[in-house]
Structure formats: structure tokens, C-alpha cells
Design a protein around this ligand. Structure first.
Ligand code: NAP
Length: 499
């Protein structure tokens, strides 16, 4: 499938999609070794999409063995960066050509509006592959200063077999954040997508084969985190795990690495990011509009969602009113309506139950200033209104626990010092935003916020050229930019003694 014709709706197209839930191991689509499956259910309307292979430990063994054989065989790892670049650019072209299909798979799987998967997730995924493809043949290694009569070469080497374990909130895009630099550097990869959203990863694997990536260099092994994810994390022949997901699972990966072969870890974990609005903000309404985006975009299912809004007392009431007005832009609607730019469905009913419980605790202990209702659309109850909760006690868990849904809490502060203390008063350190026209304050506060990314007079800024990742229990390692290569390469020093 390439493009939509003007008289085809996304819903019709969804009905005609060829869905294939089989794993991709050693270049072949295949069932799980014991033929077990689990159902993929769309949160958009509760429709059963397809059964996905519930891969086993044997499948993990087969995928790792294939990845290792491909790496040692050198048909990818040793062909040189320029040759890898050409193949990865072909893959990016194929992804673009099949962009409508990939966008639809992500929307069907996890409920995000098609208007967003077509304009944000898929173009972002394609660009990620293009960027790393174009990067790798322009890097130079080092020849440092050494004593006369010697030369030392410092070269960046691929690690070998990389396992990528990914979440469901940006199914294709976060997978590409891992795969593009790992493959560009010459590694083989075993990708384990989230159970809720395996379809675009499996299709990507097929496109990789079509692009000419040799069999075994990219394997996609769907299944449970406990069996496939942990199987990879504990495997003695996996050299690195690149993970995005919850802090709880990230901590388990640290143990798995330590108890197996001390494999290298890149951990992009949870977040609870603050947005600080000072009373000298230039345009309060524009800041409120961006704050609503920061908290509610992608149904609030964003690791760096700015879900803790801290506002200075003098403008608090005016700001909350403006935020409530702009939150309406993120009202849930039919994700397959291309004209709907608001929110879609949450990933599933069970997750919506948890978000609803969080809202109820906010209703009991604070004041709901917008939203607060769970909705049923298309026969699915996975839709929740963007919800703003104010007047919670400072120690209330909603200020500190990641909800991963369309829920923002408001705290009011008086001084800069108090704002910094509130913002840093969490176990996470992924992102933070601040709004002020005072340049000195902008620098002073940004320098003291413990966060991997600080956005000034915008929210949650992100780009391919800049590293993304966290401090504290948001993890370590960085996605995006040249720095991501550190997750997938090791430095080798080769000394030469002249004759
Ligand atoms: P999750 O429950 O931690 O799952 C992430 C991945 O880990 C899934 O593929 C999951 O598989 C797998 N997994 C589960 N248990 C495992 C185990 N014992 N060993 C190895 N792998 C295991 O997270 P999620 O619910 O998918 O995503 C939401 C979380 O991701 C939030 O906390 C969010 O903040 C975080 N996130 C962080 C970033 C970032 O860049 N920092 C970006 C996006 C999301 P199954 O679920 O299929 O079993």
C-alpha cells in the first residue's frame, strides 16, 4: 500500500490491510516455536486486529544466533559505512513509500490520531534513518599525540549483537531511534517491540529485508517482556540492551546485565517533567497553549510530558483558566478521522482504568479544573478527557507519580527558589520547561534544573541533532544526535611501534 486515494477512508483502508503478526528471524517471517500467539486489539474500537507470535526462549536463542552469525560473517558489520549508508537510505525510502501503512499500523495498535502518526511519527522515523545513514560515513577516528616512534589509532567499533526493547507510545519512532544508530554503526539487532504495538516493527523488519539488509542483521521478536525481553537481557551473547520504557523494568535490566555478561545498557526510563511559568512570561495565553500541548499531546502518553505545571502565584488563576481553555484542543475524538487533531484512545482499557483511578484520587484530594471524564467512542472505553487537577497537597502522589495519561497537576509557587525545589522534588530527571522574559533568570533556573532537556519559552523541545535522555531515575544513555552512537560502539585503541 502506498498512498490513500481521496475517496478511501482510513477505516476502509484498515479493513483491507494485510496484517502479519509473525516474528522476523534470520530474514524469514515465522510463527513462535510453540505456535502460541496473543491477540492484538485496537483501542480505537476494541477490534481484534490479528494474532501476534508469542515468541519463546527458543525463538530468542534463534534470533540471537542469527544476529551473531550475521555480525561475525561481516556482510553488514565489515562492509564499510558508505555501503551501509546506501542500504539504510533505501530503507528510509521504502518506509516513506509505505508511510500511510506504517502510520495506520501505529494508530490502530495504540490509538493515536492518524493525523499525528502521518505527520509526526512516520516522517520522524524516516528522517532518523536518513540522518544516521548520512552521519556514519562522515565520522573520523582519532590519532592522538603519542611518544616519538609510536602511533595510536582510536577507532569506534560496533559492539556486536544489540537488543532493542521498546515501548508502545511511539512504536515505530522510538524503535528507529535505537535501530538507526545501532545498524549504521555496523551492529546486528534483535528488536523486541511492546506487546501492545508490535505491528509497525514487524513491517519495518520486512522492509529492511526488502531494502537489502542481510538476513539476521535485523530480527524482530514479539512476545512478552518477561520471556523475550528478559531472555535478551540475560543472554550471554547479547552485547548491549537499548531500552525505552518504565523505570521499574529498567531497574530489572540492570540486575539482568549484572547477573549475566555485564552487557552495556542504555536506559530511557520514566519521567514526571515540570513546566515552570514565571509571572514575567511574555505571552500568558501562548504559554498556556504550549503547556496544554506539553501535558496532553499523544494522550499524555509521553515520557517527557510536562505533566507538573508550576505557576507563580500572581498569574496562577489567569493561567489555569487559559490552560483549561486550550486543553479543549486535546479532547478525544475518532483517531481514524484525518480531520481530528486532538487526542485519540489510550493504549487500552486497562491503562485507561489506571488513569481514571488517578483522576479519582485527584477529585477526592484536590479540585478538577478541566476534563475528568472517561468517554466511550466507537464502542471503546479507552478515551479520557484532558484533565487539570489543582489544589492538591504538595506531597500528593499525583505530583510525583508518572500517570502516563492526559492528566496535569498544578502547583502554585511564590519564589524562584521554591519553584526550583518543587521542580527537582521528584525521582525523575528527564525534561523541564520554563517561561520567563528575564534572561538572567532563564539561565539561573535552567542551570539548576536536574533534567536531560530544559526548554526555555517552549515545551519539550526535541530534535535529531540533540541528545535526548535523563538524569536520576529517568535513566542514562542518550537517544538521538551523534551521542547515541556511544550506546552502540566501543572505543578501541591500536598501538603501533615503528620499526
Ligand atoms: P514498560 O512496561 O517498561 O515496557 C517497555 C518494554 O519493556 C516493552 O517492550 C515490555 O514488554 C518490555 N518489558 C516488560 N517487562 C520486561 C522485563 N522484565 N524484561 C525486559 N523487558 C521487559 O513500558 P511501557 O508501558 O511500554 O511504556 C511506558 C513507559 O515508557 C513509561 O514509563 C514512559 O515514561 C517510558 N518511556 C520513556 C521514554 C524515554 O525516552 N525516557 C520514552 C517513551 C516511554 P511487554 O510490555 O510487551 O511485556
Amino acid at each position: 500500500m502506498t498512498k490513500l486515494s481521496t475517496d478511501t477512508s482510513w477505516r476502509e483502508l484498515a479493513g483491507s490491510l494485510r496484517l502479519d503478526g509473525r516474528a522476523l528471524i534470520d530474514g524469514q517471517r515465522q510463527d513462535a516455536s510453540n505456535a502460541q500467539t496473543f491477540p492484538s486489539i485496537s483501542p480505537i474500537d476494541g477490534r481484534h486486529l490479528v494474532d501476534i507470535a508469542a515468541c519463546t526462549s527458543e525463538d530468542v536463542e534463534a534470533a540471537v544466533a542469527s544476529a551473531r552469525a550475521a555480525f561475525e560473517g561481516g556482510q553488514w558489520s565489515r562492509i564499510g559505512a558508505a555501503a551501509r549508508k546506501e542500504t539504510l537510505l533505501r530503507l528510509a525510502d521504502l518506509m516513506e513509500e509505505h508511510g500511510a501503512e506504517l502510520a495506520l499500523l501505529d494508530s490502530l495498535d495504540m490509538g493515536k490520531p492518524i493525523a499525528q502518526s502521518t505527520t509526526v511519527d512516520i516522517p520522524g522515523s524516516v528522517e532518523t534513518f536518513r540522518w544516521y545513514a548520512e552521519l556514519v560515513d562522515k565520522l573520523s577516528d582519532e590519532i592522538p599525540s603519542t611518544p616519538p616512534g609510536t602511533t595510536a589509532l582510536v577507532t569506534r567499533e560496533p559492539l556486536g549483537v544489540v537488543a532493542a526493547i521498546t515501548p508502545w507510545n511511539y512504536p515505530l519512532e522510538i524503535a528507529c531511534w535505537k535501530l538507526a544508530p545501532a545498524l549504521a554503526a555496523g551492529n546486528s539487532v534483535v528488536l523486541k517491540p511492546a506487546g501492545q504495538s508490535s505491528l509497525s516493527a514487524l513491517r519495518l523488519g520486512e522492509l529492511a529485508v526488502e531494502a537489502g539488509i542481510p538476513a539476521g542483521v535485523l530480527n524482530v521478536v514479539p512476545g512478552s517482556g518477561r520471556i523475550v525481553g528478559e531472555g535478551l537481557a540475560r543472554h550471554m551473547d547479547v552485547d548491549a540492551v537499548a531500552f525505552t520504557g518504565s523505570t521499574a523494568v529498567a531497574k530489572g535490566l540492570l540486575e539482568s546485565s549484572g547477573q549475566s555478561n555485564m552487557k552495556r545498557l542504555g536506559l530511557e526510563a520514566g519521567g514526571k517533567s515540570s513546566n515552570l511559568i514565571f509571572d514575567d512570561v511574555e505571552d500568558l495565553d501562548a504559554a498556556a497553549a504550549k503547556a496544554a500541548f506539553g501535558a496532553f499531546y499523544n494522550q499524555g502518553e509521553v515520557c517527557s510530558a510536562n505533566s507538573r505545571i508550576l505557576v507563580q502565584r500572581g498569574i496562577a488563576e489567569q493561567f489555569i483558566e487559559a490552560l483549561a481553555k486550550h486543553s479543549a484542543d486535546y479532547a478525544p475524538g475518532d483517531p481514524l478521522d484525518p480531520g481530528h487533531a486532538g487526542a485519540g484512545a489510550l493504549v487500552n482499557s486497562a491503562h485507561a482504568d489506571q488513569v481514571e483511578q488517578a483522576i479519582e484520587s485527584g477529585r477526592n484530594d484536590g479540585v478538577i479544573r478541566a476534563g475528568g471524564r472517561r468517554l466511550t467512542l466507537n464502542g471503546s472505553d479507552a478515551y479520557i478527557e484532558p484533565t487539570i487537577i489543582a489544589q492538591l497537597p504538595a506531597t500528593h502522589p499525583l505530583h510525583h507519580t508518572e500517570i502516563f495519561g492526559p492528566v496535569a497537576t498544578i502547583s502554585v509557587f511564590d519564589t524562584e527558589e521554591e519553584a526550583i525545589e518543587l521542580a527537582n522534588g521528584t525521582e525523575y530527571g528527564l525534561a523541564a520547561s520554563l517561561w520567563t522574559t528575564n534572561l538572567s533568570r532563564a539561565h539561573r533556573v535552567a542551570a539548576r534544573l536536574v533534567a536531560g532537556t530544559v526548554s526555555i519559552n517552549t515545551v519539550d523541545a526535541l530534535g535529531l541533532t540533540t541528545p535526548f535522555g535523563g538524569f536520576k531515575q529517568s535513566g542514562f544513555g542518550r537517544d538521538l544526535s551523534v551521542h547515541a552512537l556511544d550506546n552502540y560502539t566501543g572505543l578501541k585503541t591500536t598501538w603501533i611501534q615503528h620499526g
